[in-house]
Design a protein around this ligand. Structure first.
Ligand SMILES: NC(=O)c1ccc[n+]([C@@H]2O[C@H](COP(=O)([O-])OP(=O)(O)OC[C@H]3O[C@@H](n4cnc5c(N)ncnc54)[C@H](O)[C@@H]3O)[C@@H](O)[C@H]2O)c1
Length: 447
């Protein structure tokens, strides 16, 4: 080994030991509040109940199943993440939420048709007890649903009622801490307007009942105002507006979004980094889906689909960086379609055709047919987000939690920053953040 290299190696292997963050222990109960108790939420809740009873396994969950390497490879220290960072235990989670339909968790899960009826029957008594609170709703944001279980009042009053719901739930269930995760329908496409630009404008807008404030923003506002970590599993803006980021900083609240990275986009962010790593070109990526659940019904409305489409289209551009590689990725025809096709229920089927090219420009094709189960892929994400956001709060982290980008199709970033979409970079960032929290050396793979 040359003399020039040795000092660098030493500097890295003797890496600076960092001080761990002061993280409060996860004592007592953690209340999980879910606006929208449809397919994803009920699959998540039922899964946690099943795992607690030992009749299911948390497959797909990083917090429950993945290990983390610490120190040098020779040290052979690879604890489970849940044994490394102080996460809340599944037994300490209590669920509640809101919906615009009155069905309890058992009924809603049965209608969603994701999980086997035998499993639902086994857990029926517990599932029946989880009943939604009345939702804050405005049909102009979800035109294909006509809920009848809704609160009344202007937006300011609705936000106050949501805060009241949260406080009552916390008291009744003796929760030490809460986390909120939007699992509601995808709202109609909207762009940021001045009412979204500062908390002052936003609160004035609430009082004036501004139609520009979407229902999901009311839930986000209620949570953040109370200092409760908030994440958004759908692509609509919700907390991704300067007003709510400002409020999150004021109330020292961790927030993150948007849109759970499941199904087709998950595969896209696995495959695209591989093509780029090998400098293989891409001229087109055509993606189409059939989906028959309530989410599919909502996305059948062009305004809701536009929100989703924007979220799905953005990933390739960011990963492939056409501005740096114009010859390989300068002209990609990227199309995404979703068709509502009722017989398929929650078992979405996605087809992808990739037109790629290699050495001397010779064309090749890749075809993917993914028979996926949307909510089965989303449920472990919901669990991890809840546990990591609770951890972030106890570690006194606040504002946008970019280290959780791993879980989202459109990761929220600080103003002016580009999101990271490459799944592998996202995972490295997530694990390095955990190492940093616990005062372990960051792993750079340089040694
Ligand atoms: N399933 C996935 O893999 C996946 C992936 C990424 C994103 N998402 C998003 O997650 C969300 C949930 O998906 P899902 O499959 O459970 O859909 P779903 O239609 O089964 O459930 C959504 C629920 O939200 C309720 N709702 C709508 N507006 C509400 C409001 N203002 N207040 C309270 N409740 C409200 C609906 O009544 C419905 O029960 C959707 O926005 C979807 O686009 C899902």
């Amino acid at each position: 080994m040359s003399k020039e290299i040795n000092p660098v190696r030493n500097r890295i292997s003797n890496g600076v030991k960092m001080k761990p963050l002061k993280i409060r222990e996860p004592e007592g109960k953690l209340g999980v509040l879910l606006p929208g108790m449809g397919a994803v939420a009920t699959t998540f809740i039922t899964g946690v109940l099943a795992i607690r009873q030992g009749i299911g396994k948390p497959i797909g969950s990083i917090t429950q199943m993945q290990t983390i390497r610490l120190g040098k490879r020779t040290e052979k220290r690879t604890p489970l993440i849940k044994d490394f960072v102080p996460l809340a235990g599944l037994k300490d989670i209590v669920f509640s939420g809101w919906d615009i339909f009155k069905d309890d968790c058992y009924e809603s899960a049965k209608k969603a048709g994701v999980l086997d009826i035998n499993l639902l029957e086994k857990l029926k008594p517990d599932l029946k007890k989880i009943k939604p609170m009345k939702g804050a709703f405005d049909r102009s944001y979800v035109r294909n649903l006509d809920g009848n279980y809704i609160k009344s009042g202007n937006r300011w009053q609705l936000a106050e009622q949501l805060i009241e719901d949260i406080r009552k739930f916390k008291k009744k269930n003796k929760c030490q801490r809460l986390v909120m995760l939007w699992c509601g329908s995808t709202e109609a496409f909207m762009e940021r307007k001045s009412v979204h630009n500062s908390i002052k404008n936003f609160e004035e807008g609430l009082k004036k009942n501004s139609k520009l404030i979407a229902p999901s923003m009311l839930y986000a506002y209620a949570a953040i105002k109370e200092g409760i970590p908030y994440a958004n599993g759908a692509p609509n803006l919700s907390a991704d507006i300067p007003a709510l980021v400002e409020l999150a900083q004021k109330t020292k609240t961790p927030i993150m979004g948007k849109d759970f990275k499941t199904g087709q986009t998950l595969l896209k962010t696995i495959i695209a980094p591989g093509l780029k790593a090998r400098m293989l070109g891409l001229s087109g990526w055509f993606s189409t889906n059939i989906l028959g659940n309530r989410d599919g019904e909502v996305l059948d409305d062009p305004l809701s689909f536009k929100t989703k489409e924007k979220s799905k289209l953005s990933v390739l551009e960011y990963i492939l960086q056409p501005h740096l590689y114009p010859e390989l990725y300068g002209k990609i025809d990227h199309q995404v379609k979703i068709n509502y096709y009722q017989p398929r229920g929650d078992n979405k089927e996605g087809w992808d055709n990739l037109d790629i090219f290699g050495w001397l420009g010779y064309p090749m094709q890749i075809k993917i047919n993914f028979l996926c189960r949307d909510s089965i892929l989303a449920a472990p994400i919901a669990l991890d987000l809840v546990l990591f956001l609770d951890l972030a709060k106890r570690a006194r982290l606040s504002g946008i939690q970019e280290w959780l980008s791993f879980y989202f199709k459109s990761p929220q970033t600080a103003e002016g920053l580009e999101p990271e979409h490459d799944l592998f970079i996202q995972l490295t960032k997530l694990k390095n953040t955990l190492r940093w929290m616990m005062g372990e050396e960051l792993i750079t793979h340089l040694r």
